[in-house]
Design a protein around this ligand. Structure first.
Ligand SMILES: Nc1ncnc2c1ncn2[C@@H]1O[C@H](COP(=O)(O)OP(=O)(O)O)[C@@H](O)[C@H]1O
Ligand SMILES: Cc1ncc(COP(=O)(O)O)c(N)n1
Length: 268
């Protein structure tokens, strides 16, 4: 069985972070492993507390996996600060882990900080050069590129700037473009742009969409898919998960990780 690793924060509400990643790995039939960077007290209403574990705890978890199991692909989500980014980058290089998906989690949907301001520089200079693909949402792409994004031309310009940091592919997600009837993501391979478009659902149950999407890409890469097939399957996975979003809690509910496989079973 192929293996996938997530290096991310725990979401007690179960919709984002490590929990969303492991559910996605399971649904896409890869063996899921996790390195926890921080524990968040979180629910559908927002983030009530953040408790980082620190570089030593992260380093030891990474070593446990590397010394025994290894991984076929991996992703990063919430990394909290530059100390954790440094150790993650150092270990990824030392273990020669190559299929790295960097989801540059900076701010939660409710506005809470998940990456310290000082750490954006380390993310760009230390982690992005190791990334096979980086998957910023629109506000994250604005921060990484240092420019406002108002239209598709701006998205392309930002993708070029982010690609200059060294990732092999850059995928800017259009989920935050709420006035559009579609949800369009733009993949840049250093030369050409490819658009992945799906219907936009009007729903407040979008907690964990980015985590789920990037872990679906990671699962597909672990199984040997090329980047275009991996993004395409991940887009179908997240679109189904959003369409069947779950009304749990009083705020932004989670997506439905089972929706994609349920549809496949029904179509048999
Ligand atoms: N309301 C929606 N309807 C359909 N697809 C969406 C919706 N919101 C986000 N997506 C898709 O979900 C994926 C994650 O995007 P996004 O929500 O922008 O990430 P993040 O959680 O990092 O902010 C992308 O493929 C995006 O196009
Ligand atoms: C622990 C953790 N990691 C990431 C996110 C971002 O979630 P989203 O996928 O909605 O951007 C989150 N809210 N909590």
């Amino acid at each position: 069985m192929k293996k996938a690793l997530t290096i991310a924060g725990s979401d007690s509400g179960g919709g984002a972070g490590i929990q969303a990643d492991l559910k996605t790995f399971q649904e896409l039939e890869v063996y899921g492993m996790s390195v926890i960077t921080a524990v968040t007290a979180q629910n559908t209403r927002g983030v009530q507390g953040v408790f980082p574990l620190g570089p030593e705890a992260v380093s030891r978890q990474l070593a446990s996996i590397a010394e025994d199991m290894g991984t076929d692909a991996l992703k990063t989500g919430m990394l909290f600060d530059s100390g954790i980014i440094e150790v993650v980058a150092e270990k990824i290089k030392a273990y020669h882990w190559e299929k790295l998906v960097v989801d540059p989690v900076i701010i939660a949907k409710g506005g809470e900080t998940l990456l310290q301001k000082e750490a954006v520089k380390a993310l760009k200079s230390q982690l992005l050069p190791l990334a096979f693909i980086v998957t910023p949402n629109l506000p994250e792409a604005e921060k990484l590129a240092g420019m406002p994004i108002r239209n598709t031309d701006d998205m392309k310009e930002a993708a070029r700037i982010i690609a200059d940091c060294g990732p092999r592919y850059c995928l800017i997600k259009g989920g935050h473009h709420e006035s559009s009837p579609v949800s369009s993501d733009l993949l840049f391979d250093g030369a050409n742009f490819y658009e992945y478009t799906a219907k936009r659902y009007v729903t407040k149950n979008t907690h964990g969409t980015g985590c789920t999407f990037s872990s679906a890409i990671t699962a597909e890469l672990a199984k040997g898919a090329d980047i275009f097939a991996a993004v395409s399957t991940a887009k179908a996975f997240i679109t189904a998960a959003i369409e069947d979003g779950i009304q749990i809690g009083h705020g932004h509910g989670p997506t439905n990780h089972w929706a994609y496989q349920k549809r496949r079973m029904n179509n048999r």
